[in-house]
Design a protein around this ligand. Structure first.
Ligand code: GMT
Length: 385
């Protein structure tokens, strides 16, 4: 098939998932065109059947804000005419599903089926914006299929928009051959002594991630034992977090690692991953951690209970309950046998339910179902190349 995948380029799970899906599909012989607002942060060492199209923003003095959605729709339409995609798979409704709908109006002679994957904020937060509710509903209704990365998110979308169509749940996944615990003794020494636990948090530091809770959980752990915290990622919350770390006198114990591309290497240094988010439709980083045998202590929010099994692969506490989270971390660190057991069960869970092979096949099946239902001729890989 010749597949177009549209996604955000910035730091975040939706872009990561979209690019990894593109990569897996390319490996399976499909030709994949990634359409984005920049070079997606995971678009490194692309497969030879992966092509990137960055939308050019029209800058003109008449615009207070450059009309990205329109430029995206125009770019999609141009690419549809040039490549005759079999499927256009967009990640995020805003603006991708809406621009895809517009693009399709521009190319009626080749009506490409659109699959929209919901990742979270597009439903749980943006739907509350008065001006966005109707466009989001339009994007959902006009998509040929809608998928969600967790059952919790699918239910939320159905509830908010009272949709007449089903939403297919396809959980996120990782490449289990790449996300594997590595030997990182030397690297880890830069951040913690060998006998010192290293806690970790990875995110885009948006308010929804509740990174101050990460620091407070760490402070709770630190009161009981020597430990270090590694904060990985970038985002708007970093200055506030630095101030909190100073205020709590933890500068010596907290490392800011910034953006990291080899997440599996970084995660291999960690003893526990902290994810105390306010909302998390899935929590891709929790799966990445479990794949690397790092138990997770997280909030019981959104789709996280579908990922982390409380008392088996990690612990879940109510949002904001930093003292329970600190107790759970201490419990894991106090009991090496329990830690080992959680680490092994986390890896096993990822291999069973969140592995690339199975989930990519589900997306492929969905594409084929839509094309079969429409009686469409599919571009074969050889022809596509
Ligand atoms: O929607 C967002 O908040 C950003 C988005 C992203 O690009 O990382 O995160 C969402 O999609 C991820 C990938 O499916 C999920 O793992 C995150 O849980 C989800 N974030 C939220 O629901 C807050």
């Amino acid at each position: 098939m010749r597949i177009a995948i549209a996604c955000h380029s910035g730091l975040g799970g939706s872009g990561a998932l979209a690019v990894e899906l593109a990569r897996s599909l390319a490996h399976k012989g499909h030709e994949v065109h990634v359409i984005s607002d920049g070079v997606p942060f995971r678009f490194v060492r692309p497969h030879e059947r992966m092509f990137l199209h960055v939308v050019e923003l029209p800058h003109h003095h008449v615009f207070r804000y450059p009309p990205f959605e329109m430029a995206l729709a125009g770019t999609m339409a141009e690419l549809m005419k040039k490549y005759f995609f079999d499927i256009l798979h967009v990640h995020y409704v805003v603006p991708f599903a809406i621009s895809a709908y517009l693009a399709r109006q521009m190319v009626p002679e080749h009506p490409v089926p659109v699959v929209t994957t919901l990742h979270g904020t597009d439903i749980t937060q943006l739907s509350r914006e008065k001006a966005l509710f109707a466009p989001i509903r339009l994007g959902l209704e006009k998509s040929d299929a809608v998928t969600a990365v967790s059952a919790s998110l699918a239910e939320e979308a159905m509830r908010i928009f009272s949709l007449k169509k089903d939403i297919t749940v396809i959980h996120n996944y990782v490449d289990v051959s790449r996300y594997i615990r590595q030997e990182v003794t030397e690297l880890r020494r830069q951040y913690a002594d060998p006998d010192e636990p290293l806690l970790m948090h990875i995110s885009n530091f948006r308010p929804v991630k509740r990174v101050p809770d990460v620091v407070r959980v760490f402070a709770g752990v630190r009161r009981r034992r020597r430990a270090k915290l590694a904060l990985v990622g970038e985002g708007p919350g970093v200055p506030e977090i630095r101030a909190l770390v100073r205020e709590l006198g933890l500068e010596e114990d907290v490392h800011f690692l910034g953006k990291q591309s080899d997440v599996e290497t970084v995660l291999s240094m960690a003893d526990v991953l902290l994810l105390p988010s306010e909302q998390e439709s899935f929590g891709l980083v929790a799966v990445e951690a479990m794949a690397c045998e790092t138990p997770v202590v997280a909030s019981r929010a959104g789709g996280l209970p579908e990922v982390v099994v409380h008392g088996e692969t990690g612990f879940l506490a109510e949002v904001g309950d930093v003292s329970a989270m600190a107790d759970y971390v201490n419990r894991l660190l106090d009991d090496p046998a329990l830690h080992r057991d959680f680490a092994a069960k986390g890896r096993d869970r990822v291999e069973r339910y969140f592995s690339c092979t199975h989930q990519v096949q589900r997306y492929e099946e969905l594409y084929r179902q839509i094309l079969d239902a429409q009686g469409a001729d599919v571009t074969d890989a050889e022809q596509a190349g």
